[in-house]
Write a protein that binds this ligand. Structure first.
Ligand SMILES: Cc1cc2nc3c(=O)[nH]c(=O)nc-3n(C[C@H](O)[C@H](O)[C@H](O)COP(=O)(O)O)c2cc1C
Length: 167
């Protein structure tokens, strides 16, 4: 049997979900980090990916200034930094300074790599599609890096809701 529920309640059951952290940079050269759940690969050849970013986010404004980003997979021990980057805006704080994460120079784009991440992928924006209150930015992946330390990737288990929350 199935019973109709509000769409928001349906999405509460999507977990576990991947979590990524994306770096961007302003024209003046100050980098930022945003935490995202909504990211996916979209093409193998050429390698491409898509990220969905809310219209109000500082990262959205930065991507309009400099259409490049680095898609990173955070490591398990980066939970605190992931939450800070997902709850504070780069309009108010310098998230590299606040989290203590290391900004390493990328090879083909201006935003930095995150030194502690499991994987970093350098992307150039090749398209943007407005979808309601978010924009899907499509990136061509122009370089990729693996972290050299032993670390597992961080996932969002949706602890706020539990696997099957009561209605
Ligand atoms: C686990 C998690 C997943 C998130 N996923 C997204 C997402 O997919 N898209 C988005 O726009 N914001 C997402 N957010 C919210 C942003 O990370 C948050 O609004 C952030 O403070 C924006 O930073 P900025 O203003 O510096 O760009 C997520 C936050 C968390 C904690």
């Amino acid at each position: 049997m199935q019973r109709e529920v509000p769409v928001s309640r349906a999405w509460e059951r999507k977990y576990p979900e991947q979590v990524v952290m994306v770096t961007t940079i302003g024209k003046e050269g100050r980098p930022n980090i945003i935490t995202l759940g909504w990211a996916m690969p979209t093409s193998g050849t050429p390698p491409m990916c898509a990220i969905s970013i809310g219209l109000e986010r500082y990262s959205h404004a930065l991507l309009e200034q400099v259409p490049e980003f680095v898609l990173t997979f955070p490591a398990e021990d980066m939970e605190k930094a992931m939450l800070l980057c997902g709850t504070r805006s780069g309009r108010e704080v310098d998230k590299f300074q606040e989290t203590g994460l290391s900004a390493l120079p990328a090879t083909r784009v201006r935003p930095p790599l995150i030194g502690e991440a499991v994987t970093n992928m350098e992307c150039k924006v090749v398209g943007a599609y407005r979808t309601g209150d978010h924009t899907i930015f499509v990136g061509e992946i122009v370089a990729a890096h693996h972290g050299t330390r032993e670390a597992r990737r961080l996932y969002n288990l949706g602890a706020r809701f539990g696997p099957l929350s009561p209605e």
